[in-house]
Design a protein around this ligand. Structure first.
Ligand code: ATP
Ligand code: MG
Length: 317
């Protein structure tokens, strides 16, 4: 089976217990939960049985070890996760507004996550990789952009493929080098996985079909648009395939997009038709939101298949 590699931030997430709670006053918190978009992605792929490894950096602290142990237990290749003495593992503190929006206090760039590099272990991991996945959240400094560039170039030189989940908000585009990095990544992308409005950040067009056409004309083979509870839509040169989401009680939306992307890419690498890859991915995304904590809803392939056997679909996109 093809091996997937991703590079980027490992974090713990610590969340406000109550909806509407603010960090401007003391209040109850829950966590730490293992997190970081690249870690969520790799953990979900590994749980689906895909060979998957992560290039990352943590501190020599409980937050770092919590993450490494979770990834190890779920079958991920952790050989290229570097433990830095004297640096602290990255953190994300999150509050939930009554309208469903989330607010984050991050410590990523100044944490061990900012020390990520391509060392001997990362080179060894990339030497056996067939596919490289890029998370837009991981392009937060010139050093980590360089890590992504080496990952992409190494895997492409081996005849491998690249997927890209932009996972960014418009406000982030002013980060130094980010816009150029996004265009570089897009120029190497085979599978593009934006969610909703992210499609338009890198396109000139303002309607979905035209923006997708621009992406396909750039040489991208598949564009998969994540649509939350409505599921997802897949486009390639042969046409459009919509696949509905599954009805679940949403407890915590964080991580759904990463689980979805991991599942879609894993089944795309196995050569499955879009309908099948989208169905498994929508199942993983739905299960992800049913648990508090970004990695707590990650399910094995057997558990996803059991869920899909009885799950009810919502309205299609
Ligand atoms: P993230 O917050 O992790 O960045 P995202 O914005 O990238 O998420 P979404 O479209 O919110 O991506 O979710 C990804 C997938 O997860 C959806 O396509 C869908 O399959 C599933 N999903 C998300 N939310 C729900 C929900 N409330 N009910 C059912 N499925 C959901
Ligand atoms: Mg996302």
């Amino acid at each position: 089976m093809k091996k997937l590699v991703c590079a980027g931030e490992i974090l713990v997430e610590i969340m406000a217990e109550r909806i509407g709670q603010s960090f401007l006053a003391p209040g109850p918190l829950v966590g730490p939960f293992p997190s970081g978009a690249p870690a969520i992605f790799i953990d979900q792929a590994a749980r689906l049985g895909q060979p998957a490894g992560l290039i990352a950096a943590v501190g020599d602290d409980d937050f770092g070890h919590l993450n490494i142990e979770r990834l190890r237990a779920d079958g991920a290749d952790i050989s290229a996760i570097k433990v830095h003495r004297g640096a602290a593992t990255g953190t994300a503190f999150v509050t939930y507004e009554t309208d469903g929006s989330r607010h984050f206090v991050y410590n990523i760039k100044q944490s061990a996550a900012g020390l990520i590099e391509i060392g001997a272990e990362a080179r060894a991991l990339l030497a056996g990789a067939d596919h490289f996945h890029v998370m837009g959240t991981s392009l937060f400094s010139p050093e980590v952009i360089e890590v992504a560039r080496i990952g992409i170039e190494t895997v492409k030189a081996r005849g491998g493929t690249v997927s890209f989940d932009p996972n960014i908000r418009k406000e982030m585009l002013d980060l130094p080098g980010l816009r150029d990095a996004l265009h570089f990544v897009l120029s190497k992308t085979d599978v593009f996985l934006p969610s909703g409005p992210e499609l338009f950040i890198l396109a000139g067009a303002t309607d979905e079909e035209s923006a997708v056409r621009e992406m396909l004309d750039r040489g991208i083979s598949a564009v998969v648009i994540k649509k939350g509870v409505q599921g997802a839509v897949h486009y390639d040169k042969t046409g459009r395939t919509a696949s509905p989401g599954f009805v679940v009680d949403e407890i915590d939306p964080t991580g759904a997009g990463d689980c979805f992307a991991a599942a879609f890419v894993s089944f795309w690498l196995r050569g499955e038709v879009p309908e099948k890859a989208l169905r498994i991915a929508n199942g993983c995304g739905a299960l992800a939101v049913t648990r508090k904590g970004p990695m707590e809803g990650i399910a094995s392939l057997a558990a996803v298949e059991a869920f899909l056997a009885t799950a009810r679909t919502g309205a299609p996109a």
